[in-house]
Design a protein around this ligand. Structure first.
Ligand code: BT5
Length: 281
């Protein structure tokens, strides 16, 4: 866990992927010791017609991206930063479903590789014991209303020590190593993640979102029935979580303000935003 490039990681990855773990994802796989952002490169490759399944992985990122211009802390030698190019023949409105799908793949991989008990915070943060261990950034390229490519960027804090997080993050973020008390094999985790992602992607293509949504709700069950506040593009919405619908939108029951002649409740569909649970989450 020092600052030297970890060629062992690349070698182990390539060797484990050469066993037929996946048919689509990671074929080809582009590995970098350091990159600005795997998503930025994957988006460029996608514009240049890279094949579906192309994966960009880096040992470190100098400009790791979060959503809405936020940053992703990406130290070398310890974590996983990868981006996958997919080309589903679907409408652009289906793209957010891939973020939810990716969070299920990460949660399943954490269970399989560490026996920890992950939860998902809508839309796609993966937490262990209430701390964020994974973030997902999905970016799309479109031809009109049709998807041309989707880049799913996944960052998982695997073996990061607490000191590698800036102080402001130390009570909100964690790593699988910190939660489990022993290191996790990064290459095995990466290959397992690509395997789970591929299985769910094929399921989604064949059966649509509901097949994946049930698994998502299983990991996000903490959130059901909770009072939340969502900062969404349409404004700040407060209400009670009722689940997700068959398109992956969060369903929030809101009550019109007290004092109104006839208080009434209605369920709003929210497709994007940041959730804060009123009682802490
Ligand atoms: C995300 O954004 O959670 C999406 C992160 C996606 C990162 C991957 S790494 C591979 C690929 N290449 C990229 O350049 N990006 C993707 P958001 O929900 O906006 O959360 C960002 C916030 O999480 C930050 O503002 C911090 O508060 C916090 N954060 C930053 N780095 C973190 C880390 N390593 N672990 C946990 N939390 C972190």
């Amino acid at each position: 866990m020092d600052d030297l490039p970890d060629h062992g990681f690349e070698t182990a990855l390539v060797s484990q992927l050469s066993q037929p773990a996946t048919r689509l994802l990671g074929r080809p796989l582009r590995f970098f010791d350091t990159i600005d952002s795997t998503n930025t490169l994957a988006a460029r490759l996608a514009r240049e017609d890279a094949a579906e399944g192309t994966v960009v992985i880096a040992d470190a990122q100098t400009g790791g991206k979060g959503r809405l211009g936020r940053n992703w802390v990406s130290p070398p030698g310890v974590n996983l930063y990868l981006s996958v190019i997919l080309r589903p023949r679907k409408l652009t409105s289906a793209a957010p479903q891939l973020s939810l799908l990716a969070s299920v793949a990460v949660a399943e991989t954490i269970v399989q590789q560490t026996q920890l008990a992950p939860t998902i915070k809508w839309p796609n943060d993966v937490l262990v014991a209430g701390k964020k261990v994974c973030g997902i950034l999905t970016e799309m390229q479109a031809n009109g209303s049709q998807l041309r490519a989707v880049v799913i960027g996944i960052g998982v804090n695997i073996n990061a020590p607490l000191a590698s997080f800036p102080e402001a993050l130390q009570d909100k973020a964690s790593s699988l190593f910190l939660m489990r008390g022993e290191p996790v094999d990064r290459a095995a985790f990466a290959v397992s993640l690509l395997t789970h992602l591929e299985k769910l992607y094929v399921l989604w293509l064949e059966k649509g979102f509901p097949a994946v949504g049930a698994a998502w709700e299983g990991y996000a069950s903490d959130l059901l029935g909770k009072s939340i506040t969502v900062t969404a593009p349409e404004g700040i919405i407060s209400g009670t979580v009722r689940g997700i619908d068959r398109d992956g939108a969060l369903l929030v029951e809101t009550v019109s303000p007290e004092g109104q002649a006839r208080p009434s409740s209605r369920v709003q569909r929210i497709l994007a935003g940041d959730v804060t649970v009123v009682d802490g989450y």
